[in-house]
Write a protein that binds this ligand. Structure first.
Ligand code: GLC
Ligand code: MG
Length: 586
């Protein structure tokens, strides 16, 4: 499959940056200003694909995915139509949180390969016009990182103040207690006592993940220098892990207690002193300046679970657009409610209330039950997966896919505590079974018992038995597969000007069952998208006169396999249960 027109290929060659020894990317070749701008803003039209490195492809038979495994699969990603990959943390790590506990920010864990392997990944990806985005864990390090080891050794150590320490409170019993009621998201108090310094340190996540003290400028210097290390090697940007948690309130006040207890058995707290502190934004602006100094539009993607769109807008820098280019909108993809009015209002909001910034939508990642189960009704799951893909890929947003989503991998929740690998599943069992279910190996083919993921006898998490039918190889051969549905949608999104660069406007806004919208390109080319979010057949009548269009259907671009008839009228468009209809109109 050819992915780009020749000109676009030349332009896109500039976007993924340069290895230190190469000439930095220059401005695109002669072109009109407007087109040039669009080509430069590659991340606005991108499909970004999340790779959970442990589970994507094992190249050496040890049952754990690795960097060379990713390189081996780049052709698959190119053919799928991926513009950038986000690689989960591949840095040296004790692997308590499977890489989200980093002990060295400027190397690759030997389990995953070497720095040379990673350089080769970047170079091979660039040849296929794929950028490599890496995962920066800025809130915390591993407790084995030399910075923390020193920090915990003595109060006078250079790095002591790099972490969040407190003397604690002496209780009426005379014993020392944590300074406040803050809890770890992974269960229990967020404070851990260290006898050597007679202080508690704060950890939002596991106790093996001590929070850095971002109020100390030395921390920012150290992290920015690690980011430069990777920018110099040519990464296309960073996914900023848990970024709303960088700062804590220095007064260490108790957080307000909300009703109920969470899955870990702790009180629910309103995280007003540990998340989304206003101080974050000055740091984000400096970080944006750091990446902007590099050629090729390196991007900052944020893991931003936020309560509302107004909060999301702040992560872009509001009207100034000077913070993250792509903080993730988690409101749409994780609303877990397949409802036309619900999606209509969430989409309309993110399209209109972020000062013209570019939304980033995501329905799946390595931390949540897969969208297959979250949106499926147990009956129409295969059709619903196509509906969700169509919503994501015909939206005006940049799209994020998670490995396996495109083939319909299922969530495989462990059934026995002894099988659980994710520590939160161990501490939270049986209420919280952890995140292993969405992290099982990528299902490539049916050539061996590991679904082609590994040649070893065992993989670090078991391969679901459904791999014999749900796998890349067999789905590539089936024109009606979910994988080919994704490939067609991505191709359409790239080649159709309305879907690529067009505006978006909601249609038929009172319809309780069907979500319909119009995309119009700068040239006037228009597309309608009709998504039936109900279990019954629906007929819609769409009025596009207000948009200055005649309302004539010129071509059905995508339609569900189970569509009774390929509809050809905007006034009488029939869509089957959970059906999809995408059409070019005049
Ligand atoms: C993010 C990651 C998650 C990790 C946590 C702590 O939420 O996606 O996997 O456990 O941060 O780093
Ligand atoms: Mg923090």
């Amino acid at each position: 499959m050819t992915r780009f027109a020749p000109l676009a290929a030349v332009l896109l060659a500039f976007v993924v940056g340069s290895a230190p020894s190469q000439i930095p990317p220059g401005p695109p070749v002669a072109d009109s200003g407007a087109t040039k701008q669009r080509e430069l803003e590659w991340w606005k039209r991108a499909v970004i694909y999340e790779i959970y490195v442990r589970s994507f492809q094992d190249s050496d038979g040890d049952g754990v995915g690795d960097v060379n495994g990713i390189t081996q699969r780049l052709d698959y990603l190119r053919d799928l139509g991926v513009d950038a990959i986000w690689v989960s943390p591949m840095f040296p790590s004790p692997q308590v949180d499977f890489g989200y506990d980093i002990s060295n920010y400027e190397a690759v864990d030997p389990q995953y390969g070497s720095l040379a392997d990673f350089d080769r990944l970047i170079a091979e990806a660039r040849k296929r016009h794929i950028g490599v985005i890496i995962d920066m864990v800025l809130n915390h390090t591993s407790d084995r990182h030399p910075w923390f080891v020193n920090s915990a050794r003595s109060r006078t150590a250079r790095e002591h103040d790099w972490y969040v320490w407190s003397d604690g409170k002496r209780g009426p019993d005379g014993a020392m207690h944590p300074p406040n009621n803050w809890v770890s998201l992974f269960g229990g108090s967020a404070w851990e006592w260290v006898p050597a310094v007679k202080q508690y340190y704060y950890h939002k996540f596991y106790k093996q993940q001590p929070d850095l003290n971002w109020r100390n400028p030395a921390v920012e210097d150290a992290m920015f220098s690690a980011m430069r290390f990777w920018l110099d090697r040519g990464v296309a940007g960073f996914r900023l892990d848990a970024v709303p948690t960088l700062f804590e309130d220095p007064a260490l006040k108790d957080e307000p207690v909300l009703p109920g207890i969470n899955a870990q058995g702790d009180a629910n707290l309103d995280h007003i002193y540990t998340e989304n502190l206003p101080e974050l934004h000055a740091t984000m602006r400096r970080m944006r300046s750091l990446v902007s100094a590099y050629p090729g539009e390196r991007v900052l993607v944020g893991e931003t679970y936020l309560p509302d769109t107004a909060s999301l807008d702040k992560w872009y820098g509001g009207a100034n657009h000077d913070e993250l280019q792509l903080p993730m909108d988690m409101l749409v993809g994780f609303s877990n409610k397949l409802s036309a009015p619900h999606f209509r209002s969430l989409l309309a909001e993110v399209y209109s209330q972020i000062h013209g910034s570019q939304p980033l939508l995501v329905f799946d990642n390595h931390d949540n039950q897969r969208s297959w189960e979250r949106y499926g009704d147990g009956f129409h799951d295969a059709q619903i997966a196509r509906l969700v893909a169509a919503l994501l890929l015909t939206s005006k947003a940049t799209a994020l896919l998670y490995q396996g989503e495109e083939i319909g991998q299922r969530t495989m929740v462990p059934t026995r505590i002894e099988d659980v690998r994710d520590p939160i599943g161990v501490t939270g069992w049986p209420k919280e079974k952890g995140r292993d279910g969405e992290r099982t190996p990528m299902q490539w083919d049916a050539t061996n018992g590991q679904a082609g993921f590994s040649t070893g006898a065992k993989s670090w998490l078991p391969v679901p038995q459904n791999y014999k039918t749900i796998n890349v190889q067999s789905e590539l051969k089936d024109p009606e597969s979910l994988l080919n549905w994704h490939r067609r949608l991505i191709d359409l999104r790239r080649t159709n000007p309305a879907l690529r660069d067009g505006t978006a406007a909601m249609l038929d806004e009172q319809n309780p069952n069907v979500l319909s919208y119009l995309r119009v390109a700068p040239s006037g080319a228009a597309v309608v998208v009709v998504l039936n979010m109900s279990a019954t057949p629906q007929t819609v009548s769409l009025d596009v006169g207000g948009a200055g269009l005649k309302g004539i259907v010129t071509e059905t671009l995508m339609s569900s396999a189970n569509a009774a008839s390929k509809t050809a009228s905007l006034h009488d468009a029939k869509v089957p249960p959970f059906g999809v209809w995408v059409a070019a109109i005049e």
